[in-house]
Write a new protein. Structure first.
Length: 249
């Protein structure tokens, strides 16, 4: 069984390697210290099993899986410093997880589960739970909350509460009901982090919630006045016409 280790902490990486060296029939295919290197190494070496740290530079463990793709990703054992309650989701769906600092007996159990998953994969009978997990992780994840400063405090604003967003220089103003909040973020960065099924950019300086749109009033040459449910009227631009056309479909 060829195993790849993706772990950014040198001591943890050394510990995984030492424990794997005690396992019969295990070969270390490669070691990586960040997510980008892990993606490249998985594609190059095609390991049977990956020990994948949840938190790494460049790309985290989930982003590595999305980058590789569910169909191509080998079985995964997550490596995490989370407490027991935080890893229950991994226990329900992944091949297994190991918690830092590593317990030898628990590590051996994880390796055995990795062997089983590798055998299932080679036989074309990969556990459906793992397949479902990888399919889920292959889908992009988007922000559900935004951290904004207001009155000397940090407020965690649900994206569902935001009706529209306007650019103000290097800042973005989030309009949520009768209140608005200013956060230091570019519109392009925000657009990439927000679910495109729930938010669309209609102008280089404006993003609107699809739930907040009440009407579209056509103007000349493909522009629209976007009327929100609270009566706010925003003019779109031709450069983002395709976004509104996709929304109307």
């Amino acid at each position: 069984m060829r195993v790849l280790i993706a772990e950014d902490e040198p001591l943890a990486r050394d510990r995984i390697r030492m424990l794997l060296e005690d396992e019969i029939g295990v070969e270390i295919a490669a070691e990586c210290a960040d997510g980008r290197s892990a993606v490249a190494a998985i594609r190059e070496h095609e390991p049977d099993l990956v020990f994948l740290d949840v938190s790494m530079p460049e790309l985290n463990g989930f982003e590595v899986i999305r980058e590789i793709g569910a169909a191509e990703m080998p079985p995964v054992i997550f490596v995490t410093a989370f407490d027991h309650f935080a890893v229950q989701a991994f226990d329900a769906h992944a091949v297994d997880y190991v918690l830092k600092p590593f317990d030898e007996d628990r590590f051996r159990t994880a390796v055995e589960r990795g062997r089983e998953a590798t055998t299932q994969r080679s036989n074309g009978t990969l556990d459906q739970r793992l397949s479902d997990l990888l399919q889920g992780l292959a889908r992009p994840s988007y922000l559900e909350r935004l951290a904004v400063k207001s009155g000397g405090k940090i407020i965690f604003l649900k994206t569902l509460e935001v009706q529209w967003i306007a650019a103000e220089g290097n800042y973005a103003r989030l309009h949520a009901g009768k209140r608005s909040y200013l956060m230091r973020e570019t519109m392009s960065n925000l657009e990439a982090k927000l679910d495109p099924d729930r938010f669309i950019r209609i102008h280089r300086s404006t993003i609107v919630s699809t739930d907040a749109i009440a009407e579209l009033e056509p103007l000349f040459q493909g522009d629209y006045v976007v009327v929100l449910r609270d009566g706010t009227r925003i003019t779109s631009s031709r450069g983002y016409r395709a976004n509104l056309q996709a929304f109307m479909k």
